[in-house]
Design a binder for this molecule. Structure first.
Ligand SMILES: *Cc1c(COP(=O)(O)O)cnc(C)c1O
Length: 365
């Protein structure tokens, strides 16, 4: 319909607009500093991020994928080790395992939370299992008390994929602080987004902190002396500058998304499966998804009414061409989610009136 104003799923210019004046002011300082890699701004961001997330340490990195990759690499596991991972995650989590030479062992999610089902983890643990990766998908924490108990029982390290879950917590504790590592992405669309690629790892132990700092910079602690086979995965000063500015507003960003989610939850009819809400979880709604049997038709119907949506994700990892041969089993719950899920606009740039219109149109489907 041409006479109505389109509702975008995401609009990065709108989302960042309120930060433009400060970006411009600080960009001048950045230019004049003459120091563009691993300087004061990255260190400041790391301290700010640790304070914000109640984490002992943070290391700024080039991306969320790198954060996962370096966390796994630092475990120094024998090649071919098995690592537990949810079957409905974004492919990055699985690539980080495979690209380190290990075997992803997928565990199905709970159809109600979309997160790894703790009841199914122990069955998949063998003597080759060397780590558990959990993914706090859509901005909801996994059931970390039960998962930590399992990890303790088998002495397995936990890596948390927090790429969609900045500020999300479970029973009052922030994600990224339950396991050995918390991997964050600051891809522009994430709840805390840079203006390019960026990521970070949080960790409890100083030894892990020193190791990740070394790994991100060619395995070098002292210039030209390389102790580890490292990587180039440094967070740029300029991205750290943008992130320092936006981090001051993360609570406002989260509150906005949570208020839009409340509106959706209140106004969307029960013809759609909505995200569950529970007191133990502080959800940050990186994604607000609903499920419906005729998802593709629904997506088109909304689009014809000027409303853009996304699908997270259309193809499950076990059906991805790049991962052919890795997974022989069926993952019916994951496949069901991939067939029926639809993500509604819930950006920092999305307005209350827009959400009201989405609900109205949706309920007429
Ligand atoms: C975005 C994302 C990543 C990867 O982050 P990048 O910064 O794009 O590398 C990893 N895991 C999940 C669940 C994500 O959503």
């Amino acid at each position: 319909m041409s006479n109505i104003k389109p509702i975008f799923y995401e609009n990065l210019k709108e989302l960042n607009k309120e930060f433009f004046p400060e970006f411009k002011e600080k960009f001048d300082d950045f230019l004049n500093s003459g120091w563009y890699i691993l300087g004061e701004t990255v260190e400041t961001f790391e301290k700010n991020f640790s304070n914000y997330n109640n984490s002992n340490f943070t290391v700024g990195l080039a991306s969320g994928l790198d954060a996962l990759h370096l966390a796994i690499n630092s475990l120094n596991l024998e090649k071919g080790s098995e690592i537990i991972v949810p079957s409905n995650t974004y492919i990055a989590t699985i690539l980080a395992i495979i690209n380190n030479g290990h075997i992803p062992v997928m565990v199905e999610p709970d159809i109600k939370t979309y997160n790894i089902n703790p009841d199914l983890i122990e069955d998949k643990i063998t003597n080759k299992t060397k780590a558990i990766i959990v993914v706090h998908l859509y901005g909801k924490s996994c059931e970390m008390d039960r998962i930590c108990a399992i990890a303790n029982k088998y002495s397995l390290p936990i890596i948390e994929d927090c790429a969609q879950a900045h500020s999300s917590s479970f029973k009052g504790k922030n994600v990224g602080n339950f396991g050995d590592f918390g991997a964050f992405s600051f891809y522009p669309t994430k709840n805390l987004g840079a203006l390019g690629d960026a990521g970070a790892l949080t960790m409890k132990l100083e030894s892990n902190y020193q190791q990740i700092r070394t790994l991100r910079n060619y395995g070098s602690k002292t210039k030209y002396y390389n102790d580890l086979k490292g990587f180039n995965s440094r967070l740029d000063e300029v991205q750290a500058m943008f992130l320092n500015i936006k981090l001051k507003k993360i609570n406002k960003i989260t509150a906005h998304k949570r208020s839009l989610a409340d509106l959706y939850l209140k106004n969307i009819s029960n013809n759609f499966i909505k995200p569950i809400v529970h007191d133990d979880y502080f959800d940050v709604y990186h994604i607000f998804n609903i499920r419906h049997e005729r998802r593709d038709l629904l997506k088109k119907y909304l689009y014809d009414n000027g409303i853009s949506t996304e699908i997270h994700y259309p193809v499950p990892p076990n059906k991805q061409k790049a991962l052919e041969g890795y997974f022989n089993n069926n993952y019916p719950i994951s496949e069901e989610i991939h067939k029926t899920t639809l993500s509604l606009p819930i950006s920092y740039a999305t307005k209350v009136e827009e959400v009201e219109r989405v609900c109205e149109v949706l309920n007429k489907f």
